[in-house]
Ligand binder design. Structure first.
Ligand SMILES: [Fe+2]
Length: 368
């Protein structure tokens, strides 16, 4: 059966890459809609992007009210904002939430309908061209076409996107990640690792995607010790930002599998940061999959420098610090919200709802 590798985003990376390539903005039009969160004013990205736009005579409007894990309500506000003026293109600046919101803005600016209709993936008018500037090193949203929105009154998450919601251009400057606290830096690196693991273990994995995934494992392993420490050098931060982009390329080919589905209620209901939420169930998920995916999991462990699966929980555990405890009743709710979605993914083994329950029960600190 034929397979596909598709990565249409032009990626420019390195320190000061926005200023050095300011002329590229001019190819997208005369007015930009910048979609971001308040943090981009602190990390310098917003200022450098607007300076680059000014240098090219490009006007801009700013929506800087992006929230973590964007809700349908916020996305509707963003859509209204985007339609109030005539924008030629959209620039997303921030972590996954802001970059995903920018994807929504690129659609809603030219399609006057409620955000809930995004999930139908029908865009009568082609989305505005999109440029993404990540300020965290985890999501890889700059090279994927999917965007995630919180739904069901804050209980779950759902994604939309088709190849037309891919960005045209991305700028990766790790200087923008330097203000990110180490805790969040670790979580975002874990998110990238999860993207690569899930893509690698997907039963739809392709040779090209797997090649990239193995490079993500290698770079993660190389920097694991540094991530356990108190600070990172600019060179390490740039490598981790590239790694998040590589991991984004993996899920752009293969999609995530059960682990991301399992994370959604943890984030939506308990506010667990996304990278932590995908890492909590990972060791138990690998243990359940081991019988059916031994060769691949052993290859992953080997690249990480581990000799057996039992070491994996401690290996990623050194980067995690979930202080939450969970009741068994909550676990049942997580199973009811995320179970069907998780078992329906392209997992390497067939999962049951009992497996999902066991993954939660063996991954979370229970209070009863
Ligand atoms: Fe993720």
């Amino acid at each position: 059966m034929s397979q596909c590798f598709y990565m249409p985003v032009k990626v420019i990376y390195g320190p000061h890459c926005v200023a050095e390539n300011a002329a590229l903005f001019a190819g997208f039009g005369k007015k930009a809609l910048i979609v971001t969160s308040p943090s981009s004013a602190k990390n310098g990205a917003l200022q450098e992007v607007t300076e680059a736009l000014s240098s090219q005579g490009i006007a801009w409007g700013v929506f800087d009210r992006c929230e973590n894990n964007p809700s349908l309500e916020m996305t509707d506000c963003l859509g209204e904002f985007a339609r109030q003026d005539k924008y030629d293109f959209v620039i997303g600046i921030g972590g996954g939430s802001a970059m995903d919101s920018a994807k929504a803005a690129s659609v809603l600016a030219v399609n006057d309908y409620p955000a809930a209709k995004l999930f139908e993936n029908r865009f009568p008018h082609a989305p505005l061209p999109l440029i993404e500037v990540p300020t965290t090193a985890g999501t890889g949203s700059e090279v994927t076409y999917n965007a995630v929105i919180t739904i069901d009154g804050g209980r779950n998450k759902k994604s939309f996107g088709t190849p037309v919601t891919h960005a045209k251009l991305a700028f990766l400057d790790a200087r923008y990640t330097e203000t990110l606290p180490m805790r969040l830096t670790r979580y975002t690196a874990l998110d990238a690792l999860a993207h690569a693991i899930e893509g690698f273990l997907s039963c739809k994995a392709t040779p090209a995607g797997s090649m990239v995934a193995k490079e993500v494992f290698r770079i993660f392993a190389k920097n694991h010790g540094a991530l356990c420490g108190d600070s990172l050098t600019p060179a390490v931060r740039q490598e981790l930002l590239l790694n998040a982009m590589y991991a984004g390329i993996v899920i752009a080919q293969e999609r995530t599998i059960a682990v991301h589905s399992l994370s959604y209620p943890l984030t939506a209901m308990r506010g667990v940061q996304h990278g932590l939420a995908v890492s909590l169930p990972m060791a138990s998920f690998l243990e359940i999959c081991y019988s059916g995916a031994k060769e691949k999991i052993d290859e992953l462990l080997g690249i990480l420098g581990l000799t057996e699966l039992g070491q994996f929980r401690g290996y990623i555990g050194r980067l995690m610090d979930d202080k939450n405890t969970y009741t068994r009743a909550e676990v049942e709710e997580f199973v009811s919200i995320a179970g069907q979605g998780a078992i329906g993914r392209n997992n390497p083994v067939t999962l049951t709802l009992d497996d999902v329950r066991n993954i939660y029960l063996t991954s979370l600190a229970l209070s009863d």
